[in-house]
Design a protein around this ligand. Structure first.
Ligand code: HEM
Length: 81
């Protein structure tokens, strides 16, 4: 099996709008969640994390620390840091 693409933090930072794509990181993995933004039960708040880490926000909104949420996230993985 091939190893996943490696992205820099700088590259992740460039993806923080629906036009450029919305990327986030979580535990060292990189996700392109552009397609999920409109489906997010918490609405546009998700864009606060655009281009950066989910951890600080998910620490505040503990609703995300559930298996079904991590399962959704896993569908959008594009690589690692
Ligand atoms: C709710 C997914 C990022 C704020 C939810 C729920 C899911 C979800 C599945 C519903 C959970 C449930 O009711 O069991 C995600 C995913 C994210 C993400 C996959 C990232 C890729 C964020 C961020 C914020 C946020 C960054 C805040 C800055 C909220 C809030 C709710 C929520 C406030 C509660 C909505 C309500 O029940 O009224 N999210 N979320 N989410 N999310 Fe997110």
């Amino acid at each position: 099996t091939s190893s996943p693409p490696v992205y820099t933090l700088e590259e992740v930072t460039k993806h923080r709008s629906l036009d450029n794509g919305v990327w986030v990181t979580y535990k060292g993995d990189v996700y392109d969640i552009t397609e999920f933004v409109a489906m997010h039960p918490g609405g546009d708040k998700i864009l606060l994390a655009a281009g950066g880490a989910l951890e600080p926000y998910w620490a505040l909104y503990a609703v995300h620390k559930e298996e079904h949420v991590l399962e959704i996230l896993s569908e959008y993985k594009i690589g690692v840091l």
